[in-house]
Design a protein. Sequence first.
Length: 244
Amino acid sequence: MSGIEGKVIAITGASSGIGEAAARELARRGAKVVLGARRTDRLEKLVAEIGAAGGTARQRALDVTRLDDVQAFVDFARSEFGRLDVIVNNAGVMPLSPLAALKIDEWNAMIDVNIRGVLHGIAAALPVMQAQGGGQVINVASTAGHRVWPSASVYCATKHAVLAISEGLRQEHDNLRVTVVSPGVTTSELAGTTSDADIKAWLEDFRQVAIPAEAIARAIAYAVEQPDDVDVSEVIVRPAASAN
């Protein structure tokens, strides 16, 4: 199945930012979107707005750090629409701090959401897609997966891991399309997860030049709409005025 219309697309971290923008864009183009996040009140509002605009959407509470929760999310998508064509592993956190600050709980949160969350999405979706004879996994990484900044080393490490996992998955399956979308500075709530006051101030300055989440949503849609024999392996989308 090529194009977007009629495809069943599950999106994690869909309550704001890139996930929300992708849900709106893909639903506008005719996809049946299944949305997961912890903030179900936002999901309910988003599903209602997509429906009012003529789209098709469902929502379910989701904690990507729990494999059973992600499996239930994928099972829900199949029960609602009979199949799963695409999973967008988008959920992420970015509590930046110098390593010397020893914010180990924040390190673990990034590992759990940014790496394990992606692996859980793959683990839940891959058997479904294999049984169907194909599908697409889209993992949202970052330009942080291509370089390292001080105070962002753990976050960068998680995004480097997403690139490595995605490339391994692509090489292992010739009937599976695997795409990494690596945003540069994008308007979102991601920076709000940083608790270090000095790093927050640096981030505010760093994020003065940003692109809207809708730009990343269009990149995701571009990867989805390609024919089944075309794999857009990676897309890097950054502000034109950004050096990073």
